[in-house]
Write a protein that binds this ligand. Structure first.
Ligand code: PMV
Length: 329
């Protein structure tokens, strides 16, 4: 059996401002999508998700469900696309059973769909004895992501593949993505509101704000650029306290451009009161999750405080330094 793992991600600094050319920093989380793949003799493609308790059985050649099952076809379409991409490279369509277990909340800006794509592709490549470079793996996951997101940015698949800290910036419609080599592990508590939101709508909300208040927006963007500059420095120096302070300021800017919410603010303020160095919303905002940065000895306190708000998932997470991995057991 093959066990393939790929991490989720969080944006530490720069969501929304990155749309207008500012640099941003993402980090791979030690929370994974885990995929178990075994070969089957019955020439079927079986997919099972533990999280949603859904099973789908497909013909590996037509890629149609064996029994009419629209839900399975829709939910598992990224996995079927991944299967198709790998088999078009190998020329084989083996019978396999793919089991998925995810530790990452879905549709919360934590990169769960990219992690799923990376883990399935990496596992299928291994079972088919296909060698993929990290670059190829990430590119294939990007193609799978297009089914889920339409126009993905390319950040999630990159971070999930290579792990660690990642710099990204948009220049003339191109995304520049580079690993940031720091030997640091950040201790976070992640708290989610339990509600989902459409990234497209929130990005549009920011565009309206920018159009209405152009010079105010530009000054906020300049302020963010200074935050990013310092954040890179503190990351290299391992200055957690100052990174936390900058997270607070970054959250304030995101609040100012209208992408926070009462629930997100409540999570941020509760984390700060419980001893975090800093906290901010992560991802598109509106709803979704916050990250709180802290010393290891305050993590439980923050976890408890956020949990007592009874919103959505709350959990500890740290840096995944290694990215996607696959093993045969
Ligand atoms: O919520 P996520 O992780 O998909 O992040 C969205 C990041 C934005 O800056 C809001 C949008 C983008 O395309 O960069």
């Amino acid at each position: 059996m093959i066990i393939s793992r790929a991490p989720g991600k969080t944006i530490l600094f720069g969501e929304h401002f990155v749309v207008y050319g500012a640099p941003a920093i993402a980090m791979a989380l030690d929370k994974y999508v885990v995929v178990r793949i075994s070969e089957l003799n019955n020439n079927l493609l079986e997919i099972y998700s533990h999280n949603i308790g859904l099973k789908g059985v497909f013909d590996p050649h037509s890629l149609k469900p064996k029994t009419p099952d629209l839900e399975a076809l829709q939910v598992f379409s990224p996995i079927i696309k991944a299967y198709e991409l790998i088999s078009s490279k190998t020329g084989n369509r083996p019978g396999v059973r793919i089991e998925i277990i995810s530790e990452i909340p879905m549709a919360s800006g934590l990169g769960s769909s990219a992690a799923l794509a990376v883990a399935v592709l990496n596992g299928l490549a291994r079972i088919s004895r296909l060698k993929l470079s990290r670059e190829e793996l990430s590119q294939l996951a990007f193609q799978v992501e297009k089914i889920v997101h339409g126009t993905p940015s390319g950040i999630d698949n990159t971070v999930s593949t290579i792990g660690g800290f990642v710099f990204f910036q948009r220049r003339d419609d191109k995304l520049i993505v580079k690993p940031i080599n720091v030997a640091l592990k950040l201790n976070l508590v992640i708290g989610c509101t339990g509600k989902t939101r459409s990234t497209k709508d929130i990005v549009e909300r920011v565009r309206r704000f920018k159009n209405t208040y152009a010079s105010i927006f530009n000054n906020l963007l300049n302020a963010y650029n200074l935050i990013a500059e310092h954040a890179f420095q503190y990351l290299r120096e391992g200055d957690i306290r100052r990174l936390g302070e900058l997270m607070k300021v970054n959250h304030g800017l995101l609040w100012s451009i209208g992408v926070s919410s009462r629930n997100l603010d409540k999570l941020v303020n509760t984390a700060l009161e419980a001893g975090a160095y800093g906290a901010k919303l992560t991802g598109a905002g509106g709803e979704g999750c916050i990250i709180a940065l802290s010393d290891p000895d305050m993590l439980d306190n923050i976890l408890k405080a956020l949990g007592s708000l009874r919103m959505g998932p709350v959990f500890k997470a740290s840096t995944s330094t290694s990215g996607a991995s696959v093993e045969e057991v």
